[in-house]
Design a protein around this ligand. Structure first.
Ligand code: IPE
Ligand code: IPE
Ligand code: MG
Length: 250
């Protein structure tokens, strides 16, 4: 048994039934701050600590891919000061966690329109992705300036260009073709999708990839989300019967 299997067992999890890919819509930073009469940015700062916790816990428990929805294409419409603060926090996170990722064999990946990020953020992002590209313990996949519809549009454009150039037949397009033209081409679909802060919506996140994800929505605001609750959700996931349209035990 390797160390993450041992830690998973210690946490009450069955290594064989662990989700390979956990995706999280990290929501509720603003409301966490508002409850305390603080500026929303304080909520994002506190949320960054939860990000560190969830990355560490996922690695320890043997999750293969952790996707964090950190900034949506729609989030560009927030007040300029908030967007700036989020970009600053992202830079701070990348700087402070680079060594942690190297030490723990974590590979950083990003999905989304990363070319829209400020130059200093995208430089740091590229550097960190490059520095960690040979790591194999876990993929930390950050959804940054990500929206599922723009991702789908990009895929459709790429495929139509190939068809127009005569390099692809329309009849050849199948699920595999579509999957390999999304940002997530090298990543399996999420098994478990968690959303914090109680909102019952998807907010333009991975519309194609979550076709059969198990969904868990918790009322906990992201800055209050902790390791114990994360493990509780992973246990809940393990108890579920994933039928994929078939009947039990088929
Ligand atoms: C999630 O918290 C962080 C981002 C979307 C960047 P919010 O900022 O959406 O917090 P609420 O939903 O306003 O509480
Ligand atoms: C979704 O949260 C996006 C991220 C967590 C990055 P939002 O707070 O932006 O979503 P809505 O506005 O509640 O749909
Ligand atoms: Mg929100």
């Amino acid at each position: 048994m390797n160390s993450s299997d041992a830690l998973a067992v210690e946490a009450g999890l069955d290594p064989a039934r662990r989700p390979a890919h956990v995706a999280i819509i990290m929501d509720g930073n603003g409301r966490w701050a508002k409850k305390r009469l603080l500026n929303r940015v304080k909520g994002h700062e506190q949320g960054a600590d939860t990000v560190r916790m969830v990355v560490r816990a996922s690695r320890e428990l043997g999750i293969s891919v952790l996707t964090l929805y950190a900034f949506s294409t729609e989030n560009w419409q927030r007040p300029e000061a908030e967007v700036k603060a989020l970009m600053m926090l992202l830079k701070r996170f990348l700087k402070s966690e680079k060594q942690e990722m190297l030490d723990n064999n974590i590979r950083l990946n990003a999905i989304g329109e990363v070319e829209r990020l400020p130059g200093s953020v995208s430089t740091l992002l590229q550097e960190t992705m490059q520095a960690t590209e040979n790591n194999s313990g876990m993929v930390l996949n950050l959804a940054l300036s990500y929206g599922a519809r723009p991702e789908i549009i990009r895929m459709v454009r790429q495929l139509s260009a190939k068809v127009a150039a005569g390099n692809l037949q329309a009849e050849e397009i199948d699920e595999e073709t579509v999957s390999t033209h999304l940002y997530t081409r090298n990543i399996p679909d999420p098994d478990l999708l968690i959303r914090t802060s109680g909102e019952m919506r998807i907010s333009n996140f991975m519309l194609w990839q979550i076709a059969y994800a198990e969904i868990y929505i918790t009322d906990t605001l992201w800055p209050d989300f902790n390791r114990a609750e994360y493990i509780k959700i992973l246990k809940d996931y393990q108890e579920r019967d994933r039928r994929f349209g078939k009947v039990k035990n088929q």
